[in-house]
Structure formats: structure tokens, C-alpha cells
Design a binder for this molecule. Structure first.
Ligand code: DGY
Length: 326
């Protein structure tokens, strides 16, 4: 039996799959595990299931010990994992793509509707008991039909968002290092453009690229900075359901305050769970507490996939969704 550590609560289906074969320890508390406790708990583990709140770096890998074989992240984004450090030690790291694609695209689409149609703002009016009455020109938003969505990062979630936008009558442009599959491009009527062109043409810019840290090749840290925001139309909206640090949050506050762009819908933040104070005061922003993949079904599927990945590596097999080179 191997020692498996799960650094936070995950759906029971994932835990039971692990328990059927191994000795499992779970940090079974509502709040996230502290760094100190985490380093203590993982000592001697052969496999660790991590959440995006755990930084998997040399310190973490040292604390686990030489027997560690696999780090299975219960998230599709793995910017919390130092992949090179894992590879150097022959440790397999995995993530949970595909199972959360539709749910995360739903969140991005929800944010787009909420901010362009001012649903978040309207809800706040009612809740704050602010007087209101129906009016021909009261709280008008921007219709989506015939508008252009700019997808930044045309992976699975980006494509799922584009499909939803297409059904709503939007034109699709995208930017990515890779071309979309020709049949998908055709289905969506999508056109690949450079980032600058996307920023200047799109009525809604929706971010779906991974966070690649500053200093690394292809870095997406602060991809949307003051300069990028200046290229957007004053009538355009920005949606982020990817990772917070892709946007320079201070620059975004400035752009939203000065009217440089029309609004933003954000599910992720630069320093989670802290949210830039400047965003809290703005009516043209919709803010969600990182709910991208937060459905019972999806979180269960994520836990099950992470468990299968860990079990595969412990059994000497290739996991379904590695992020390290195998
Ligand atoms: C992910 O899987 O990367 C999501 O952000 C978690 O909801």
C-alpha cells in the first residue's frame, strides 16, 4: 500500500477510489491547509493530490521526500506546479482537463451576459433597496447578436466559449500560438488574428489561455496590461475565467474607471482571495469568487480523474492527463 495525501477536501468519489487501493490521508477541513501543515502532512507520501492553492515547488517536493512519484492536481490550470522541478526529479504531475470544459465555459458566458446586459448591476440595485422604476432608457446594456467575441487562447474551454457565442449570433475571432482544428474553425466561422487586432476589433475579449509565469517562454503574466487595454474599444468588455495574473489588475481598474473600456466580468483575481479594492466600487464589473468549475458534477469528475491519474502512476502505468513529459 502506498501513502497518498490529499491536501484538501475533494468529492468522496475520488477519495474512495484511492482508499480502495492505498492508505489515504485527507486534510479534512473547510479552510485551505496552511503551508506549514501541508509540508508536514505530505512527508513520506508516494502520491499527493493538490488543489490550485498549493504551490508545488522544490520546498514542497523536498518535504514530501524521494519516494514521491506523482502530484495529481485537481484543476486544469497547473501554474501552481513547478513542472521543471518535478521533471528533474522524475515525478509525474497531472491535471484535470476536459471534464471541466463545458462548466468553465458556462461561467465565462455567464460573466459575459451579466456584464454586457448589466445583470450584476441590476441585482445590486434591488438588493441595496435603491429606488428604481421601469424606464425606456433605464439600465440599457449591449446586445450580443452581431457583435464580435475575441477568444484569447483557443484550447478546449476557449472553443466551448466560442460555440456558445456563435449560438448567440456573435462573430468569432481568436488568437493562439496554434491554429484551431480546420473543421472547428469552419464550424465556428472563426478567424485567427494577432492579439493586437483581436483587442482592437472585439466587442468582448474573453481570456482562456493558461497562466505562464513571467520570465518563461510564452509568458502570459500581465498579457492584458495598460497597453493592451488601450487597444480595446471604449465600448468593449473583458471577461476572465482563466487566471487572475493574466490581467494587470491595477491597470484594469484604471481602464474601467476612466471609461477606456466598458466593463469586465471576472471569476479570477491577481492575488486570490484578495480582490483589488478599486474593483469593488465599480458598477461596470461583475465579480465571482473563482466558481469556474464549481458544479457538483464537474468537481466529482475532477476528483475522479485526479484519483485515476495518481493510481495509474502508483501502478507503474501512464496517467490519462500528464503535464510533465513522460
Ligand atoms: C481549474 O481547474 O484550473 C479551475 O480554475 C478550478 O476551478
Amino acid at each position: 500500500m502506498a501513502k497518498v495525501v490529499v491536501t484538501n477536501r475533494i468529492p468522496q468519489e475520488g477519495i474512495e477510489a484511492l482508499q480502495a487501493e492505498h492508505d489515504v490521508t485527507v486534510w479534512d477541513h473547510e479552510e485551505c491547509i496552511s503551508r506549514e501543515k501541508c509540508l508536514e502532512l505530505i512527508a513520506g507520501a508516494d502520491a499527493v493530490l493538490t488543489l490550485l492553492t498549493e504551490k508545488v515547488d522544490d520546498e514542497f517536493l523536498d518535504a514530501a521526500g524521494e519516494q514521491l512519484k506523482v502530484v495529481a492536481n485537481v484543476a486544469v490550470g497547473y501554474n501552481n506546479i513547478d513542472v521543471a522541478a518535478c521533471e528533474k526529479r522524475g515525478i509525474v504531475a497531472t491535471n484535470t482537463p476536459k471534464v471541466l470544459t463545458e462548466t468553465t465555459a458556462d461561467t465565462a458566458f455567464g460573466l459575459m451576459l451579466m456584464v454586457t446586459r448589466r445583470f450584476g448591476e441590476g441585482e445590486r440595485v434591488i438588493r441595496s433597496k435603491t429606488p428604481w422604476q421601469w424606464g425606456m432608457f433605464y439600465m440599457l446594456g449591449m446586445g450580443l447578436q452581431g457583435k464580435t467575441i475575441g477568444i484569447v487562447g483557443a484550447g478546449q474551454i476557449g472553443i466551448a466559449m466560442a460555440r456558445r457565442a456563435k449560438v448567440f449570433g456573435m462573430e468569432v475571432i481568436y488568437t493562439d500560438a496554434y491554429e484551431m482544428d480546420a473543421s472547428v474553425e469552419q464550424e465556428l466561422g472563426a478567424k485567427k488574428v494577432e492579439l493586437d487586432e483581436l483587442l482592437s476589433q472585439a466587442d468582448v475579449v474573453s481570456l482562456h489561455c493558461p497562466l505562464i509565469p513571467a520570465g518563461q517562454e510564452g509568458s502570459t503574466h500581465h498579457l492584458i496590461d495598460a497597453e493592451a487595454l488601450k487597444k480595446m474599444k471604449p465600448t468593449a468588455y473583458l471577461v476572465n475565467s482563466a487566471r487572475g495574473p493574466i490581467i494587470d489588475e491595477a491597470a484594469l481598474v484604471e481602464a474601467l474607471t476612466s471609461g477606456q473600456i466598458a466593463g469586465a466580468g471576472l471569476d479570477v483575481f491577481e492575488n486570490e482571495p484578495t480582490v483589488h479594492e478599486g474593483l469593488l466600487d465599480l458598477d461596470n464589473v461583475v465579480l465571482l469568487p473563482h466558481l469556474g468549475s464549481a458544479t457538483v458534477e464537474t468537481r466529482t469528475a475532477m476528483a475522479e480523474l485526479a484519483a485515476r491519474n495518481a493510481l495509474a502512476v502508483l501502478a507503474g502505468k501512464t496517467p490519462e492527463t500528464p503535464v510533465t513529459k513522460i
